[in-house]
Design a protein around this ligand. Sequence first.
Ligand code: ADQ
Length: 494
Amino acid sequence: MGPQAVNLLIVRPIPDPYGWRTLGLNAMIQDLKRTSEVVLVSNRLPVQQVKRGRMSHWETSPGGLVSALRPIIRDLSCTWVGWTGETGVEIAPFVQDGIQNWPVPLVNAEVRGFYEGFSNRIIWPLYHDAIRQPEYRQAWWKPYVDVNRRFAQAASEAVEPGGTVWVHDYHLQLVPSMLRAIRPDVRIGFFLHIPFPPQELFAQLPWRREILEGLLGADVVGFQTRIGAKNFAEVARRFANATGSDEIVQFDERSVQVGAFPISIDVEQFETLAASDDVVSQSIEFRARLGGARKIILGLDRLDYTKGIDTRLQAFRELLRSRRIARDDCVFVQIAIPSREHVAEYKELRVKVEGLVGEIEGEFGDIGRTPIHYLHRSVDQRELVALYLAADVMLVTPLRDGMNLVAKEYVASRLNNTGVLVLSEFTGAAKELKSALLVNPHDIGALVGRMERALRMPAAEQAIRMKSLRRTIKENDVYKWANTFFHTLAYART
Ligand code: ADQ
């Protein structure tokens, strides 16, 4: 997946959301677009732009979705529709690693209304149990509709007659019905990566009927868990006049198949990395740098209030205060990847987390020895696996999470069946990874107890649990996930 030259890159400022259409470049761009049998649509494209001086090129972003889909789409003509992450620039479609990338332009005002506003301050908190109060601001609805329409339009131009379009995630819930209105000939799938909330919460959404009608434009609507699928079917019947069962919902004289498709990871890829010499030696070095015999507890997340990083830190402080584990016997490493830094709740969370880290250091640190290491940055994949190998205990304690891939990545990396996964009951992953030490992350006392138990767990029990976890993830890797979804979509009764 090395860098490749861009086929054509046109980057120029655009004066307004639609102004680019008048720039006179449209005819040239049209010539370069080819239609595809399969079109994937997600908020972000699977590529990132790497700039060196005045030159720039695209690289495929590391990530489960691209690697999961590549074997399936390899022999098909495939297009990916999405935003590049840059505003105010127009970029023509280009091919990278055999996939045609079809950029959808956004301007700053849209990023504020569609992305930071409607998607991340209404849908994200509401769908995660409303653990932060959603801000139902009317002004964010229009940009959400407008941007969804632009994505639907792009998908409709990209797909071949009778082709398949797979739409991803909460930013694009209106795309299925908008696309169906333009292209009734295509098969449309939708997959939600985050939880779908129960009726009592979803009912709050001022645009609940419109969102449901948007999703019901798909032939298959997929969720991470059975409960998410059931919640959706219930609200579709209650608020959108749909009928039918939890599995086949009837709407607008069509059948919509609803189901659970728990996402996973490329298990083999993690196993290969975990067995490679450089990763193993880096993990040994991490261990030595962290204090040799000390047990290592690891947390690794996007810095997001759903991930329970603050309560996890409070629990670690309680554990040290209680002296149930001596401060010299363990060390906590928290890696937090920066995320949505323009959104107020995320700024507040950073202040809170960094405050707690400081308090723990102040209370339990010593000259030359700290009980906690906190990194506010991303790590590359080899470093990531080296950390998983070094960690005796992995703490995955979100207050709510659609799936949580970190838990699966840790398990995939533990080739020698050692290590303990402490996993929140409120993750999708907990439905599958039943041999983990499950915990209610809202209960700090329970978290403290689980941490202690994990740190003291005998090797024999670790091995039994880890073997069972590894069996589970090997049976359902990301290839199976993508295959199952495509298969369901291909055979859906419509
Ligand atoms: P996320 O909320 O981003 O995903 P998660 O499933 O844990 O959560 O995936 C995070 C990914 O980022 C993992 O692959 C992890 O390795 C990586 N990562 C995290 N911190 C990192 C760091 N500091 N440096 C480098 N990499 C880091 C959303 C939903 C989840 C759902 C996924 C997939 O919120 O519930 O599991 O999509 O559907």
